[in-house]
Design a protein around this ligand. Structure first.
Ligand code: AMP
Length: 357
């Protein structure tokens, strides 16, 4: 990515002009916007949902959303005038998965001057697979083996496409011959990653690093509900063979899960390791929510393959809190509300700039 990143100092200057008693929590109407807006209401902030014309009616139904703005294209957020209006309105943007996908990590880093919750630099690290792997390496976390070329494949492997939407079109192969047979599914423009397929159970813990309390919280946990791989088991092999069904990992929903308690210290330790590594690798490190996709093998080893350093959609199941969030809070605490609570904690201790970039 280019070097003309927006500097933290520029955002700080903008924040200096904000009326801090009247902050508004804003996000794009998709992904986890309901949870974020509800959390804003619970924490006594006004909220704004920026929606496509097609879905604004949906978000307008909810009383806890104070304002809905329709846009033709989500990239309109980047227009100078639009940004000025958001700044005028004392908006704090909450980036989520669709936000990053629609606006683009690079545009957020180089063009978006509206203050955002968290550390926007993390977006560059989560969206670049090589950087992500070096982050795992720095944290000394176990990751699946990567095969640099198809000829190296010596076990079950998953082929992932860069920029694929939520696992769409990924496939499994056992050797180079199967890879070349499946190659027809790889369009020229697609670059791909061949990674060892780890057999085990999935756990996608939702972490929240509170800069203000200097505490890493485990707020919840989910697994993804993926089509069609989660549907294939419902069709007997004698039929699926003749249908020539091919696996895909398109995310369609999320399923709640809890891990056996003896895994929790390991899961939290992995979170701490990634947090500490983030501070070594880039300025400010992780602030706020992040999620690590991991698989637990039959030997109870946790192997990590993906990190999202922002709110993930798997938190949507826990709009009223999760079994884990109740260990920290005596009230329903969604991840969206936790973000807004952090802003409140920062405001009351005069440390807003520490959680906003
Ligand atoms: P990703 O795009 O990396 O989040 O992967 C999408 C989905 O593919 C995951 O939710 C898993 O179901 C599956 N998956 C990805 N990588 C692996 C792996 N190395 N081993 C087993 N399953 C994986």
């Amino acid at each position: 990515m280019s070097s003309q990143w927006i500097l933290k100092e520029e955002i700080d200057e903008i924040l200096d002009c904000y009326d801090q008693a009247n902050l508004k929590i804003a996000t794009i109407g998709s992904h986890s916007a309901l949870q974020i807006s509800k959390g804003a209401r619970d924490e006594n902030f006004k909220s704004l949902a920026i929606c496509s014309e097609a879905v604004s009616w949906f978000y307008e139904q909810f009383d806890f959303i104070d304002e809905v703005i329709s846009v033709r294209n989500y990239k309109d957020i980047l227009k100078k005038r639009f940004q000025e209006e958001l700044i005028q309105d004392n908006c704090i943007l909450i980036p989520h998965g669709s936000f990053v996908e629609y606006v683009g990590a690079e545009a957020i880093l180089t063009k978006l001057k509206v203050p955002c919750f968290g550390n926007r630099i993390t977006l560059e690290w989560e969206s670049d697979r090589e950087k992500e792997m070096s982050w795992f390496e720095e944290a000394r976390i176990k990751v699946p083996k990567v095969f640099k070329k198809p000829e190296e494949i010596d076990r079950l492997a998953i082929v992932k496409f860069f920029g694929a939407k939520g696992g769409k079109g990924y496939f499994l192969v056992r050797n180079k011959d199967e890879f070349y047979e499946m190659k027809k599914f790889i369009k020229k423009a697609n670059s791909y990653l061949i990674q060892e397929y780890v057999i085990g159970t999935r756990f996608y813990p939702h972490y929240f690093y509170s800069k203000i309390l200097d505490r890493l919280e485990l707020l919840g946990m989910d697994i993804r509900y993926e089509s069609n791989v989660d549907a294939l088991g419902r069709i007997p092999p004698r039929i699926s063979r003749s249908l020539e069904l091919r696996e895909s990992y398109s995310i369609t929903g999320n399923i709640p899960v809890v891990a056996r308690e003896s895994l929790l210290p390991k899961i939290l330790e992995i979170g701490y390791n990634l947090l500490n590594a983030s501070r070594k690798l880039f300025s400010f490190g992780i602030i706020g929510p992040f999620c690590i996709e991991m698989i637990c093998t039959e030997h109870l080893e946790l192997v990590c393959f993906e990190i999202s350093s922002r709110i993930v959609a798997g938190t949507n199941f826990y709009m009223d809190g999760s079994p884990y969030s109740s260990l920290y809070f005596d009230e329903p605490m969604s991840c969206g509300r936790r973000i807004c609570r952090e802003i409140n904690l920062a405001l009351s201790s005069g440390r807003l700039k520490e959680v906003i970039f």
